[in-house]
Structure formats: structure tokens, C-alpha cells
Design a protein around this ligand. Structure first.
Ligand SMILES: Cc1cc2nc3c(=O)[nH]c(=O)nc-3n(C[C@H](O)[C@H](O)[C@H](O)COP(=O)(O)OP(=O)(O)OC[C@H]3O[C@@H](n4cnc5c(N)ncnc54)[C@H](O)[C@@H]3O)c2cc1C
Length: 341
């Protein structure tokens, strides 16, 4: 029987998560993933990959909680399996500290991470500039391992991969019956969404194997995240800044700020600097649209899943499942006989 031809644009953590969810759940679909950049050259590759996210203003909280929970449960299962090392997914414990008590002392994800509690007075003595803190165990998902792991899983489910640049979704409308757009920052040009904008982030990898616990300043600017091979220290959040090169002034400032939180970092060796452009957007766009093709006026369903800002790794599996739900809705409307969903 003829299979439904579907394409996913994007090979970052959002594209591959979505492609895996679709290929594994809908075996009657032929899924091709296309992208111009693959691992190790995507933004996802360099992300710290800590499961942690700020609240988006216009998405119902219940939906955001579900995105977080679905992602956390999925990655926790990997972290506790024999796949953990291959996939680059690990549990990590540490704290977030604040100079002033935040308006929301208990964030929405507090019951979804493990062992959330406030820091004690004794623990806070280590950070004399800070007066409040939260301790918890979360997950670190290192995409330089996770993306190749997801790609293998996608191919095993029958998915195909193609390297190409897509200039307009119209180019895909002739070949595919359904398009899933996971192009991250690329959506700005691909679908002309001016809400998507770069938020530059610079980080350093430091050899400091004695550091085992993460520390994050509540302002989101300064963090120390120990990982599998090194400690990631950061960072910057520069709205609208497209510079992809490491700025020595930013590196010096990052080391200074992180050194105030963890003075032993001064003994660490800087291994690398990295810059990535987060796909900033007021809210992630996880929704459907219909594209009418220019040639023959054919109606092609499009599912968008992009604009995750600084929380793309954290929300990747949850938004992928949401996108899968939208794909199923489209298939029902296409009244596809195989779509017994
Ligand atoms: C310094 C830094 C630290 C971060 N830390 C964290 C963290 O701790 N936790 C967290 O959850 N998130 C973190 N993030 C955010 C996270 O990296 C992003 O939210 C996430 O990578 C977005 O994934 P994506 O798949 O949407 O985009 P990308 O990884 O950028 O992938 C986009 C894909 O689309 C393709 N594409 C785009 N346009 C086209 C086109 N026209 N034709 C073909 N292909 C196209 C690209 O080639 C690429 O394959 C961090 C980001 C930075 C920069």
C-alpha cells in the first residue's frame, strides 16, 4: 500500500526528536529529514543541555508542564538505562542561587525534577552575594552524543536523511504530503517569521574534573555545568546579536563571573570556546497551518515546531509528542485510509 510521504526540516534536537516520534509511531508514513546543517554543526550540539526552562508568557502552564514532564520522563529513562553513555544523557545535581528572593520561589517544574528543596543557611554561606537558593537533581543531555544517537534510532525506524537547503516550504509541497518545520532560527527566513530572532550564547569548556555539582545564578547569565568530558561555564544572552565567533572579552567576563561562584575554576584549563544562536521567540510555535502550493493549488498540511529559545533541549521530547499529535490530526483530515490512529 502507498505510504504517506512526510518531510521534517531540521536536524537539531527538535527536528530529530520530532522525526523519531513520527517514524516510530506511524510506520505507514515514509519520513525524510532534510537539513543544511547536521551534528556537530547545529546550535543544539553546543547547548549545555540542562533540563531547566523559564516560563513562556502565552502558553497555558499545563501545556508547558506537559512538555517538561514528557521530556524529563523520556530522558530519565535513558539516563537510567544502558544507553546513557552512548546517548550522552546523565543525572546532575546542584543549585540555583539568587541575589534577591525571586517572586516565584517554587518554579513550575519543581515537582517534575528530583528532590527539589530550598538551600539551607549553611549551604548559602558559600555564596555570600546570594540570599536564596534551590537545590535539585535534573538531567544533562549532551547533544553532541544525543543527536547521533537519535539519528540511529530514526534510521532504524525506517527514516531517511538528506542534506539540502530549503529556500521555501513551497519547494517541498510537490514531493511531500505533509511538512514538519523544525528549522529553529532558520524559520525566520524559511517561513518569514520575524518573531524568531537570535539570542547569542557564548560558553567555555574547562577541564576541572573535581567539580561535580552545577551552580546557576538565577539571573540566567552565569552557570557552571559539569558534564561527561568537561565543565561548561557560561554564559551570555545577547538579544539580536548574530556574531558566531568567540569574543575574548566575553570569555574573560565569563571566567571572572564563574570564578566568583567557584574559585577553584582558576585552576582549570580552558579547552574550547563555543558560540551558538538560540532561536529566540516570545513563545515556541507548535501549531498547524495549510500551505497552498503555487503550481497546482494543492493543499499541503504543515506542522511547525520551532522557536524554543534557551529551552530547546529541555522541551524537545514534549514538543515533539505535541507535534506528533498535530500530525495525526492532519492525517485524519487527509482521510487517509491507513490512518487508523
Ligand atoms: C550557549 C547555549 C546554551 C544552551 N543551553 C541550553 C540548556 O542548558 N538547556 C536547554 O534546554 N537549551 C539550551 N540551549 C538552547 C538550545 O540549544 C536550543 O533551544 C535548541 O538547540 C534549539 O534546537 P532546534 O532543533 O530548534 O535548532 P537547531 O539546533 O539550530 O537546528 C535547526 C536545524 O534546522 C536546519 N535548518 C534551518 N533552516 C533551514 C533551511 N532553510 N533549510 C534546511 N535546513 C534548515 C538547520 O540546519 C538545523 O539542522 C542553549 C543554547 C545556547 C546557545
Amino acid at each position: 500500500m502507498k505510504r504517506v510521504k512526510m518531510v521534517v526540516v531540521g536536524a537539531g534536537v527538535i527536528g530529530f526528536s520530532t522525526a523519531v516520534c513520527i517514524a516510530e509511531s506511524l510506520p505507514f508514513c515514509e519520513v525524510t529529514l532534510v537539513a543544511d546543517q547536521f551534528s556537530p554543526d547545529t546550535t543544539s550540539d553546543g547547548a549545555a543541555g540542562i533540563m531547566f526552562v523559564a516560563q513562556f508568557p502565552d502558553i497555558p502552564l499545563e501545556r508547558q508542564k506537559l512538555w517538561f514532564k514528557d521530556s524529563f520522563d523520556h530522558l530519565l529513562a535513558i539516563a537510567q538505562s544502558d544507553q546513557a553513555a552512548d546517548a550522552g544523557v546523565l543525572l546532575t545535581s546542584g543549585c540555583q542561587i539568587f541575589r534577591e528572593v525571586p517572586a516565584q520561589k517554587v518554579p513550575f517544574w519543581s515537582e517534575l525534577v528530583l528532590g527539589f528543596r530550598f538551600l539551607t543557611e549553611r549551604e548559602l554561606k558559600r555564596f555570600p552575594e546570594h540570599c536564596f537558593g534551590q537545590a535539585f537533581t535534573t538531567i544533562k543531555c549532551e547533544c553532541s552524543s544525543y543527536l547521533p544517537w537519535l539519528e540511529k534510532r530514526f534510521r532504524k525506524a525506517g527514516g531517511k536523511v538528506q542534506q539540502r537547503t530549503v529556500n521555501h516550504l513551497q519547494e517541498l509541497g510537490g514531493t511531500y504530503e505533509l511538512i514538519v518545520n523544525c528549522s529553529g532560527l532558520g524559520a525566520r527566513t524559511l517561513v518569514g517569521d520575524e518573531q524568531v530572532h537570535p539570542v547569542r550564547g557564548q560558553v567555555l569548556k574547562v577541564q576541572a574534573p573535581w567539580i561535580h555539582h552545577f551552580i546557576r545564578d538565577g539571573d540566567g547569565q552565569t552557570y557552571i555545568y559539569p558534564g561527561v568530558h568537561s565543565v561548561m561555564v557560561g554564559g551570555t544572552r545577547q538579544e539580536g546579536d548574530r556574531r558566531r565567533w568567540a569574543d575574548p572579552a566575553d570569555s574573560a567576563d565569563i571566567l571572572r563571573r564563574c570564578g566568583l561562584l567557584e574559585p577553584s575554576l582558576a585552576k582549570g584549563k580552558v579547552l574550547a570556546e563555543w558560540v551558538g544562536l538560540r532561536p529566540g521567540r516570545r513563545n515556541p510555535r507548535v501549531e498547524r497551518e495549510v500551505l497552498v502550493t503555487e503550481g497546482n493549488g494543492r493543499r499541503v498540511h504543515v506542522v511547525h515546531n520551532y522557536g524554543h529559545g534557551g529551552g530547546g533541549v529541555t522541551l524537545s521530547w514534549g514538543t515533539a509528542l505535541d507535534a506528533l499529535g498535530l500530525v495525526k490530526q492532519c492525517l485524519r483530515e487527509m482521510v487517509h485510509p491507513q490512518a487508523r490512529l
